[in-house]
Write a protein that binds this ligand. Structure first.
Ligand code: SPV
Ligand code: MG
Length: 426
C-alpha cells in the first residue's frame, strides 16, 4: 500500500520555505495537509488574516498536496488517531512539548516523525517578520474583534491594559490546558485604570489626547484587538470626531455609557449623584457615531447603566432595544451586585428578542460566575476590567513601605523581579 504523510500548517502566509517542506513531505507519500482552523490559530497567535476557506484553497492548489483536512486544534492527537499517517512531517521549530507528544502517538502504531529545517534561506525569515508586522497595522487590527466574534461561539476573554507593559501581559499571558493554549482575546482600555495609573479620579478628567497616548503606547507593542472604554462619549459633536480618530488608529470598538453630566465610576452605584441620559439623546449619539464611521470593522457598543442606577430591569431592556434600533453594534450591561442574577436575567430576556447583537458583561463584583455559565446566557464578551492595576498597586505599595521600615531595600528585594529578568523581559 502507498505510504501516507501528514503535515500541519497555518497557511496564513505561504512562501518558498513552505513550498519546499510540502515538496519534501509529498516525496514521502500521499500527502494530507491539516490546515489549522481559525479557532486554533486564534489560540496561539491571534486572528488569522485570511479566512479558513481561503487558506484551504491556497493549500489545495499546491503541487504535491493530495488532500486538505481541517485541524481544529494545535494538538496532533485527533488527526494522528484518525489518519494514522506513516509519516508526520514537521519543521525543526517546535512549540512546548509537541514533539514528544507526536512521537508518543506515532510509536503506538509504528509511524515516523520526519523533521526538516524550517528554511535554508534567510529571506524567508524576513518575509515571516514582515508578515508579523502586518498584525500591528491599523487596517488589520481594527477588524479583529468583529472577526473573533464571528469565529467562535465561546465568550471572548478580555483583560484591562493601561500601558505598554500591561498590554504585553494581555498579549502574551497564556496557560496550556488539555493540549490547548488559553489566552486573552482582546484588551480593555479602562477609564478607571487609565485614570488610576495617572493618579487621577475616574471622572473623564483624563482627556482624550492623553487616552490616545495610552492607546498608542499599547498599540506599539501588541497586536490584539482593543476595546476602548469611552466613558459617556462626550457631547455628540465631539463623539463623531472621536469615532473617526479611533478607527484610524486601529481600535476595534468603543463602549459608551448612557450617562450625562459629571461621570462617576459605576461601581459607586447610587452612593454618588449620577445622571442617566435620556433614551432619545443617547440613541442620537449612537446614530451620529455610526454615521461618522468610515469602515465596517469598527464597533460602537452601548453600555446600559439602569441596573447600576437601580432603574429596574424593564428600563434596562427598553434601553437595550432602543440602542440596538439606533445602530449599536453591541450591548454592555453593567451591574455592581455580588450575584450575577440580574445580569443573567437581562441576558436571557434580551436574547429572547435579539439573537445576533453581541452582549458584553463586566463581572467585577459578581466574580464567582464562570465564563462557561455566562456563555450559556448568550454573553459574547467578558471584560476583566481592572485586575492588573488592582494587583500591581498593593505589590508596589508594599515594597515602598518595606524600604521605609528597613531603611534599605534588601528585605523588599524578595518581592521584586530580579534585575536580569526585567532587563530581558522586553
Ligand atoms: C472601567 O473599567 O473604567 C469601567 C468599568 O468603566 S467599571 O469600573 O466597573 O465601571
Ligand atoms: Mg470606565
Amino acid at each position: 500500500m502507498a505510504k501516507t504523510a501528514f503535515l500541519s500548517i497555518g497557511a496564513e502566509f505561504i512562501h518558498g520555505g513552505h513550498l519546499a517542506i510540502i515538496e519534501k513531505a509529498a516525496a514521502l507519500g500521499e500527502l494530507t495537509v491539516g490546515v489549522l482552523s481559525d479557532e486554533a490559530i486564534m489560540s496561539y497567535r491571534g486572528y488569522p488574516i485570511l479566512t479558513f476557506e481561503e487558506r484551504c484553497n491556497v493549500i489545495r492548489h499546491i503541487k504535491g498536496v493530495s488532500k486538505v483536512v481541517k485541524k481544529d486544534s494545535l494538538s496532533y492527537e485527533k488527526v494522528i488517531r484518525e489518519l494514522r499517517p506513516d509519516y508526520v512531517v514537521h519543521s525543526d521549530r517546535w512549540r512546548g512539548k509537541t514533539k514528544e507528544k507526536i512521537e508518543a502517538l506515532l510509536q503506538q502504531y509504528g509511524g515516523e516523525l520526519v523533521e526538516f529545517p524550517y528554511t535554508d534561506k534567510s529571506e524567508y525569515e524576513v518575509f515571516d517578520r514582515q508578515a508579523e508586522q502586518l498584525r500591528y497595522m491599523p487596517e488589520v487590527r481594527r477588524g479583529k474583534l468583529r472577526r473573533a466574534l464571528q469565529l467562535t461561539d465561546r465568550p471572548l476573554r478580555v483583560l484591562e491594559a493601561h500601558n505598554g507593559i500591561t498590554g504585553l501581559i494581555v498579549e502574551k499571558a497564556h496557560v496550556e490546558k488539555e493540549g490547548e493554549i488559553r489566552q486573552f482575546d482582546a484588551m480593555w482600555i479602562s477609564s478607571l485604570c487609565d485614570s488610576t495609573a495617572k493618579g487621577k479620579p475616574d471622572i473623564e478628567l483624563v482627556d482624550m489626547t492623553s487616552r490616545e497616548n495610552t492607546i498608542n503606547e499599547i498599540m506599539e507593542v501588541t497586536t490584539k484587538p482593543i476595546i476602548l472604554d469611552g466613558d459617556t462619549g462626550g457631547i455628540t459633536e465631539h463623539f463623531v470626531y472621536r469615532v473617526k480618530t479611533l478607527e484610524r488608529m486601529g481600535v476595534s470598538a468603543i463602549i459608551i455609557e448612557d450617562k450625562v453630566g459629571l461621570k462617576k465610576n459605576s461601581l459607586f452605584g447610587t452612593e454618588v449623584l449620577q445622571q442617566q441620559d435620556s433614551i432619545e439623546h443617547f440613541s442620537n449619539k449612537i446614530r451620529a457615531g455610526k454615521a461618522a464611521q468610515t469602515t465596517r470593522d469598527f464597533m460602537i457598543i452601548a453600555r446600559i447603566e439602569s441596573l447600576i442606577l437601580e432603574q429596574g430591569m424593564d428600563d434596562a431592556l427598553t434601553r437595550a432595544f432602543a440602542y440596538v434600533e439606533a445602530g449599536a453594534d453591541g450591548i454592555m450591561i453593567h451591574s455592581k451586585k455580588k450575584e450575577p442574577d440580574e445580569v443573567l436575567e437581562f441576558c436571557r430576556k434580551f436574547r429572547e428578542k435579539c439573537e445576533r447583537i453581541p452582549l458584553i458583561v463586566v463581572p467585577t463584583t459578581y466574580n464567582h460566575v464562570t465564563e462557561t455559565e455566562l456563555g450559556k446566557y448568550g454573553v459574547n464578551i467578558i471584560i476583566y476590567a481592572n485586575h492588573l492595576i488592582r494587583s500591581a498597586f498593593p505589590a508596589m505599595n508594599n515594597v515602598a513601605h518595606m524600604i521605609l521600615e528597613n531603611e534599605r531595600s534588601l528585605e523588599a528585594s524578595e518581592n521584586c523581579m530580579p534585575i536580569k529578568e526585567i532587563l530581558t523581559l522586553i
